[in-house]
Write a protein that binds this ligand. Structure first.
Ligand code: 8Y7
Length: 294
């Protein structure tokens, strides 16, 4: 319902603001492929900040060339067991990359952060979506997001990255994730974030066992029925390692398969490392949808 409302609004007016371009892209019937740009000191080189920045920018541009419709720039590793960097470190990592990318590509840029200070600097540098794995629960984040007036993606996580994989427990994972997201959406609306600016994400791998992740993937349509755009991140995740028995660098086929299943079950944004391959997979889905419409 919300989806068609967004489409209607977008068709009835000029799309002028940067963040509206993202919403316009979402209103199309093909899922958007979001390329992951990690800016952590050890992710590209050990040669200092400048090398980290330029490597991340070049990587982002290559993902655009592969067909990414969105770039998600993050400076905090949320791998299970990881510890967060300082606020200053996080800003120093992501802001130069966002700034450079915003000047060099028209593709919208998302900032993957939970911190209000980072959100402000990132949006000032050109980010037009806040992707928050903590769903704006850090003190000050909700208000910062409301003031910045850009779309937000609210992700479900049980616990925190340091401990979330220790003993994930649910009675009914799909309804609990759905309930969490509804409550977070309500809090966003209460501080003045327009509902058309809200995306949701079930948070694959964030405080979930393999069984939980599989139940969520097959029940994704029950999250989709909230009527809000869904983002998913399954790329190279542990659940694919558990299923295929492969290391992170060998999970391409598993990642593409999982992304396509998510798309078929209602996901609008696929957050991936392997953009070119996912774009091809999405093209197959798109062709199928178009042919079955006739
Ligand atoms: C997700 C995410 C990560 C996800 C959204 C990884 C930042 C872990 N995963 N954001 N971020 N959804 N929205 O393996 O699933 O990529 S980090």
């Amino acid at each position: 319902m919300v989806q068609s409302l967004v489409t209607e609004q977008l068709n009835s007016q000029f799309v002028t603001r940067e963040s509206d371009r993202l919403l316009a892209a979402l209103a199309r019937d093909v899922p958007l492929v979001c390329g992951i740009v990690n800016v952590t000191p050890d992710s590209f080189s050990d040669g200092g900040r400048y090398l980290d920045t330029s490597a991340a920018v070049e990587h982002g541009l290559s993902l655009v060339a592969e067909g990414a419709g969105l770039l998600d720039v993050g400076g905090e590793s949320t791998r299970p067991g990881s510890r967060p960097p300082s606020v200053t470190d996080e800003i120093d990592r992501v802001v130069p990359v966002i700034d450079a990318l915003a000047h060099r590509t028209a593709v919208p840029i998302s900032v993957d952060t939970s911190r209000p200070e980072v959100m402000r600097e990132a949006v000032a540098a050109g980010a037009t979506l806040i992707n928050d794995v903590r769903a704006l629960r850090v003190r000050g984040a909700l208000r910062a997001a409301a003031e910045l007036q850009v779309p937000v993606c609210l992700m479900h996580m049980q616990g925190d990255p340091e401990s979330m994989q220790k003993a994930p427990t649910y009675t009914d994972v799909v309804s609990e994730v759905r309930r969490f997201l509804i409550d977070r959406v309500d809090d966003c609306i209460a501080v003045g974030i327009p509902v058309e600016h809200i995306l949701v994400d079930p948070g694959f791998g964030f405080g979930k066992t393999l069984a939980h992740n599989l139940t969520l993937l097959s029940g994704l349509h029950k999250v989709a029925d909230l009527g809000l755009p869904i983002m998913v991140g399954l790329s190279r995740k542990g659940m694919l390692g558990a299923i295929t028995g492969r290391n992170t660098d060998q999970r391409l086929a598993g990642s593409v398969s999982a992304a396509l299943i998510a798309a078929q079950n209602g996901a609008q944004i696929l957050r991936v490392h392997d953009v070119a391959e996912t774009v091809d997979a999405v093209a197959v889905l798109h062709a199928l949808r178009n042919s079955s419409q006739r």
